[in-house]
Design a protein around this ligand. Structure first.
Ligand SMILES: [Zn+2]
Length: 234
């Protein structure tokens, strides 16, 4: 049965997010990076259809090693920009073109020239921006590695999280008796519609000990009283 497919949740080895796992294979359900993007992933997460971090950490460690190396390379590149060992390919000019985009939107785009033909001010600006770009990418990846390694340390070889099946909603119907916090017992006489609801969301009730006392109350509130005090007569 499809509805009973996922009864456990566990963490993805690649992005760390908590996802449903397949009841037969234990593999992580297909998911994207919308929730936890890390700033450098996009599309379908490559941790999809793999065992979760609770059961296996090989893929997690591989990704951490990969991103760790990438971060180190970015730091090295930033250092080379700092010393002037390398320069960006292009730099800005301070002159902008207005570009028409779909739906009548306009964007400004700076005209770029080869780095060596640029004005020193814009060369400097391009170098600073290149360094910042490298350091930001490195920082995101270092943060990723630290977070995933600490998550792996914490949860690897622990059990996936069991998802409790939701209890069916109590059917509030005529004749149902419930107790208020003040001890009075009421019985549902009829169901009515209030507000913009498309369903019968309120119940007209009477006090079983003094039937002239009426109460109109939402089904949701009745469910809360039943959770607290039980159904009277059961
Ligand atoms: Zn993932």
């Amino acid at each position: 049965m499809k509805s009973a497919k996922h009864t456990h949740r566990a963490n993805c080895q690649n992005c760390g997010s908590l996802q449903a796992i397949d009841v037969l294979t234990n593999k992580i359900a297909k998911h994207g990076y919308t929730v936890k993007g890390w700033g450098f992933f996009n599309g379908v997460c490559t941790g999809s259809d793999r065992l979760p971090l609770q059961l296996e950490r090989t893929y997690c460690d591989e990704q951490c090693s990969l991103q760790g190396h990438y971060a180190a390379r970015l730091r090295e590149t930033a250092a080379k920009y700092e010393t002037g060992e390398i320069v960006p390919d292009t730099c800005g000019t301070g002159t902008y073109l207005r570009i028409q985009k779909p739906r009548n939107m306009w964007e400004q785009e700076e005209i770029l020239v080869p780095f060596n033909e640029g004005h020193p001010y814009f060369q400097k600006k391009a170098v600073v921006s290149a360094i910042a770009h490298c350091n930001m990418g490195a920082g995101q990846r270092e943060h990723y590695v630290a977070t995933m390694q600490s998550l792996a340390k914490e949860i690897f070889s622990t059990a996936p999280i069991e998802v409790k099946a939701k209890a069916p909603l109590l059917d509030v119907k005529n004749g149902l008796r419930f107790k208020l916090d003040n001890g009075k017992t009421f019985e549902v006489r009829s169901l009515v519609k209030r507000g913009f609801s498309k369903s019968l969301n309120y119940a007209v009730c009477f006090n079983v000990n003094s039937p002239e006392e009426k109460l109109t109350i939402s089904k949701q509130s009745i469910r809360i009283y039943v959770t607290k005090h039980g159904i009277v007569g059961e």
